[in-house]
Write a protein of this length. Structure first.
Length: 286
């Protein structure tokens, strides 16, 4: 099980701390605390339960509790247990998922040049820390900064938290690799690298060592479009950049972004943006 976050905005750090429970002690029972609660055990073991789901967190492991559910102790600690906790939240969309999902921002249907690069990342609900000592150091530094009055302490905390989150999401991506989505991701990367060239389904198949129909099926699942549609949309976005940032003739822009003919470029550009290339350039270049 994983948490799926859509960004921007990125999840943000709120506060953190540490506790030591003697043998026989219990974690507090709480409900709807409104923030994600990241627990990292450094010694001993925590035995929790969240809405019936058991979460055992031995030393060197972590678990993330949801902000909208109740959690309590499943059984008391069997030995002295030291753990660190961290509260974070996000203003963006999030959900729970059992498999990794790719995400492609909706196609730009208007003439606007403004483009926000939206992406998703996955963080495991629980597991073993991929780099324990580094994670411990980051959590300790967060505590130190919490007590410090130095300028920029809050900004530094956010930076450290993002490093910790990146470490956890890297582990989540490796543990939840869907073969079809992985192939779609590989195909998309190849198309982005090769957008200036004439790419055929046969060539795509030879490069990825899969039948073209299967690659198309995987890309439909991941991005909601065929490889050709994906390539065309990417070429249009690159053409927008050239139309605004260069004075190259429109025909040269079409050629530089992989379009076979000038007329085909104009038709595709108008279809995806609602305006012709010349009008688009005039809007942003006075």
């Amino acid at each position: 099980m994983m948490f799926r976050f859509t960004s921007p905005p990125m999840p943000h750090y709120i506060t953190s701390g540490e506790d030591v429970y003697p043998a026989g002690d219990k974690h507090a029972a709480r409900s709807d605390i409104g923030v994600f609660d990241l627990l990292v055990t450094t010694r001993g073991c925590l035995y929790l339960e969240e809405d019936g789901l058991p979460l055992t967190i031995p030393a060197g492991h972590f678990a993330i509790l949801r902000p909208d559910r109740a959690h309590r102790t499943a059984r008391p600690c069997g030995e002295e247990t030291h753990f660190r906790w961290l509260h974070f939240q996000t203003l963006g969309n999030w959900s729970e998922t059992v498999e990794r999902e790719l995400y492609e921002a909706p196609a730009h249907t208007g003439p606007s040049f403004v483009q926000i690069e939206t992406f998703v990342f996955h963080v495991p609900r629980s597991g073993e820390l991929p780099a324990k000592e580094m994670a411990y150091e980051w959590l300790e530094e967060l505590l130190r900064l919490h007590a410090a009055a130095e300028t920029g302490a809050r900004f530094k905390q956010q930076s450290i938290f993002q490093q910790l989150l990146f470490q956890l999401q890297e582990e989540g991506s490796a543990a939840a690799r869907d073969p079809q989505l992985a192939l779609a991701d590989e195909a998309a990367a190849y198309l982005r690298r090769s957008y200036r060239e004439q790419v055929s389904y046969k060539e795509l198949s030879e490069q990825l060592h899969f039948h073209a129909n299967y690659i198309a099926l995987c890309m439909k699942k991941a991005f909601g479009c065929t490889p050709l549609d994906y390539l065309t949309r990417y070429r249009i976005e690159q053409a927008k950049q050239l139309l605004i940032h260069t004075a190259d003739p429109i025909g040269a822009v079409a050629e530089a972004t992989g379009f076979v003919t000038f007329s085909y470029f104009v038709r595709c550009f108008a279809k995806h943006t609602g305006t012709r290339p010349k009008a688009f350039r005039q809007r942003y270049r006075r």
